[in-house]
Design a protein around this ligand. Structure first.
Ligand SMILES: [Zn+2]
Length: 477
């Protein structure tokens, strides 16, 4: 008897966490429990509160975690799992492990900061406010990571084995092909994690990793993401529009503020700025990259070049490490960060967090949102309930550090930077399957996106598709 239970990213885009549970064998072998991803819930409070709930299976009874990639909504709950008693291996690709080494301690640090802030101003109904986990606890969780290469077969227990295949979402990102053998039966399970852009460079400009997720897949049960299940990305090159936005802002004496995820998105954006400046499409305006994490991520980024597209490799070959570029300043200390506030001439400030949920971007936006000369450019997905979502959706004010900040700056978004396949791309990938999966469960999507993708897949492909429900159990054997 084995089942999958959707413990997160069901009905929402965050908190990815899928339990595979095998009951004890009557002939004596014990059961086995594994998690595919162990993500943190982000966004609206009703979801965030679930970060504090215990799982249906105690953490110490989970035997292993298999991690698809290093985004916090897929890995951010790992330190909490370890804090609650988990002591098993956490399997991930080498680049994912390197990124987690940066992201998880930072996540712990941000939570400690948030708790300290609420306690100082007594703005929490929880007294005292506590972090979900600390920086130190996050660091302690890193000892359980074990590297698994793409394509390598790994036996989790006598009944389950898995291998990672490329998802082409971010550096190191993978899908998990899982094989379950029990009582003479075999079941193939495919967990997609997040699925990268499927089309090639000219329709997905700025794509860092090689083009497209692994083709020719099949599964008895497919568990698939649906973030862009009801949307299509623009296919125009964002570079001319970006150059125009920056030029106009600088002409009126304003600065451009770009909230960007520190890992990969920031580096991708910096390379695009560099290219625009070198080709003369953009004047050499000072660029401030204000994220200690982004600096560390540059090193990881330069280490795993084997996964990159031709275009990315060409850029790396031509320009080298962003840390060395003249006119680009990387602020690692708090002092250096504060100094950016004093800059009165036009500049470009790239800072995180990408959804404005914390980090140094808060200071920059609190200071520069009230001035109509400035421009805020979003280059990443904004989950409902985040400050980023509020600002992007045209609100007139936003709460930062407990204060109401008026929004008078120009606010715009460039959607082409997405690392998720849109609906036509998802269908293009699904059409490469060697056979129709008997059952598909859609996860990692807002309810409207998941429902529309279910309908589209049913109509266009004739597949049996359901939208996964939070805590739903699905029998595997
Ligand atoms: Zn992701």
């Amino acid at each position: 008897m084995a089942y999958i239970q959707f413990l997160g990213a069901a009905g929402t885009v965050t908190g990815s966490k899928h339990l595979i549970s095998i009951g004890p064998d009557p002939r004596g072998s014990g059961g086995f429990q594994a998690l595919i991803d162990c993500g943190m819930f982000q966004g609206p409070k009703e979801w965030r509160e679930r970060n504090w709930q215990d799982m249906p299976v105690p953490a110490r009874k989970i035997n292993a975690v298999v991690l698809t990639h290093a985004h916090i909504d897929h890995c951010g709950w790992i330190p909490r799992l370890v804090k609650a008693g988990f002591r098993g291996p956490i399997y991930a690709t080498p680049a994912t492990i390197d990124f987690c080494g940066i992201l998880l301690p930072d996540s712990g640090h941000l939570q400690e900061e948030d708790a300290a802030f609420y306690n100082k101003f007594k703005k929490s109904k929880h007294d005292p406010a506590l972090p979900l986990y600390t920086l130190e606890e996050a660091q302690a969780s890193l000892q359980y990571f074990r590297a698994v290469q793409f394509g390598e077969n790994k036996q989790l227990c006598p009944v389950i084995s898995f291998r990672f295949v490329r998802a082409a979402h971010i550096l190191g990102s993978s899908m998990v092909e899982l094989t379950l053998r029990s009582n003479g039966q075999t079941r193939l399970l495919l967990f997609t994690g997040d699925i990268g852009r499927v089309r090639d460079q000219n329709v997905a400009p700025g794509k860092v990793v090689r083009s497209g997720p692994t083709e020719g897949e099949t599964a008895d049960i497919l568990v698939m993401e649906s973030t862009y299940g009801n949307r299509q990305h623009p296919t125009v090159d964002p570079r001319p529009q970006l150059a125009e936005l920056i030029r106009r802002t600088a002409e009126r004496g304003g600065s451009v503020i770009v909230p960007a995820f520190a890992v990969e998105r920031t580096q991708k954006f910096l390379f695009m700025l560099k290219e625009l400046m070198e080709s003369g499409q953009l004047p050499a305006i000072p660029v401030f990259c204000d994220s200690p994490m982004a600096i560390k991520a540059v090193e990881v980024f330069m280490k795993h070049t084997g996964e990159y597209s031709e275009e990315t490799r060409r850029l790396l070959g031509r320009y080298g490490s962003p840390i060395e570029w003249p006119g680009f300043t990387f602020a690692s200390t708090a002092e250096q960060s504060k100094k950016i506030n004093d800059v009165r001439f036009p500049s470009i400030i790239v800072s995180s967090s990408g959804m404005v949920t914390g980090g140094r971007i808060l200071h920059h936006l609190a200071q520069r949102l009230p001035d109509p000369k400035n421009t805020v450019i979003f280059i990443g997905f904004q989950a409902p309930g985040t400050r980023g979502f509020t600002i992007k959706s045209g609100a007139h004010e936003v709460k930062i550090f407990g204060d109401i900040v008026p929004i008078r700056a120009q606010v715009t978004a460039l959607e082409q930077f997405s690392d998720h396949a849109d609906t036509p791309e998802l269908l293009q990938w699904l059409r490469t399957f060697s056979s129709k999966p008997p059952a598909t469960y859609l996860v990692h999507g807002d309810p409207a996106a998941s429902a529309q993708l279910r309908d589209t897949m049913t109509k266009e492909l004739g597949w049996n598709v359901q939208v996964a429900q939070w805590m739903q159990k699905v029998n595997v054997i």
